[in-house]
Design a binder for this molecule. Structure first.
Ligand code: PXG
Length: 305
């Protein structure tokens, strides 16, 4: 961290209130407010990213920003900043808060407009970046594994709202999460309209059969997750063959191992699906190797804060 960044943190008003990046300025969190006329709130019209910093480095920042700008382009939203400027804003927010291990939520909304949904009435996007301490999943989720259930809420059809747009419209995923909770599971497995496994509500999904590591393709409704990408990169060095293919819950029920990946969860074992034990009902050996390899990667890779 630089001298100036340290000074900034020590002079925070209000005894160290979190500083939020808000449309070009770093403001105390009490002042980081969005208008009730913002179309991000009125219509879920906007895009976002969830990013992590480990050990003073932002993990796969370029990949996250590439996805953000792809999502924005897909909804014809001009962010009004270059990716380089956005990267600078992320790093500045981390420095201002003296954070080396953090969760970063980057949000770009259509901006303030009137009560009609016409995006042309929103001249200026709203850009804000929250960087805060990361709230980790309970340790036993990793040591004992998760129980997840398939749900009846299907993943959005790409013909209606492409799931590869990381938009502020998460009601599809939230409904699935509610359904999972009502059925006693922590997470939901969502299927495509055709009945293929897509992903979980905020995580991608993998299964292992022998040395084959399989995950659904984006065409099944899976977000191109950054953690998913990292795991696909790490797998060959662990002697695993990777494959993206369409599959149904049958393949999960009969898999040797299943795990989820996501920025918040990292790599997390699944031991039960729809009340069926997966493999021997314990976190699998390959999954544990991938968890270790992923941790090593996060400590080493990334853009320095
Ligand atoms: N699928 C969906 C629908 C997601 O929203 C992932 C998969 C995993 O992608 P990454 O790039 O993170 O490996 C996501 C990401 C949250 C939260 O607060 C959700 C995500 C990311 C960060 C935080 O629940 N979703």
């Amino acid at each position: 961290m630089t001298e100036t960044a340290q000074k900034k943190v020590s002079t925070l008003p209000g005894g160290g209130s979190l500083r939020i990046y808000m449309n070009g300025a770093l403001v105390p969190k009490e002042q980081a407010v969005v208008s009730v006329f913002d179309h991000g709130l009125l219509y879920g019209d906007g895009v976002f990213e969830g990013i992590r910093a480990y050990n003073g480095r932002v993990f796969r920042l370029k990949e996250h920003l590439d996805r953000l700008y792809r999502s924005a382009r897909a909804i014809v939203l001009d962010i009004g900043m270059t990716p380089a400027e956005m990267a600078g804003a992320v790093l500045e927010t981390l420095r201002a808060n003296g954070l080396r291990d953090a969760y970063i939520r980057l949000v770009v909304t259509r901006g303030v407009g009137d009560l009609g949904l016409d995006p042309k009435k929103c001249p200026q996007p709203t850009v804000f970046i929250i960087a805060d301490k990361i709230a980790l999943y309970p340790k036993e989720c990793y040591t004992q594994g998760l129980e997840v259930n398939t749900v009846s809420t299907r993943r959005n059809s790409s013909q209606a709202l492409n799931p590869n747009i990381k938009s502020l419209n998460y009601l599809n995923n939230i409904l699935a999460k509610i359904e999972a909770g009502l059925s006693g599971a922590r997470e939901a497995i969502m299927l495509s309209l055709e009945g293929y496994v897509a992903e979980c509500t905020g995580d991608n999904l993998f299964y292992l059969k022998g040395n084959r590591l399989v995950t659904p393709p984006p065409s099944a409704g899976a977000l191109e997750g950054i953690t998913r990408g990292a795991v696909l990169d790490l797998a060959p060095a662990l002697g695993l063959m990777t494959e993206e293919k369409l599959f149904t819950p049958f393949e999960l029920y009969t898999a040797d191992e299943v795990f989820l990946t996501g920025t918040a969860a990292e790599v997390i074992p699944v031991v039960k699906i729809d009340a069926r034990s997966i493999g021997d009902g314990k976190p699998g050996a390959q999954t544990r190797r991938l968890i270790t390899a992923f941790h090593t990667l996060t400590q080493r890779d990334g853009v320095e804060i």
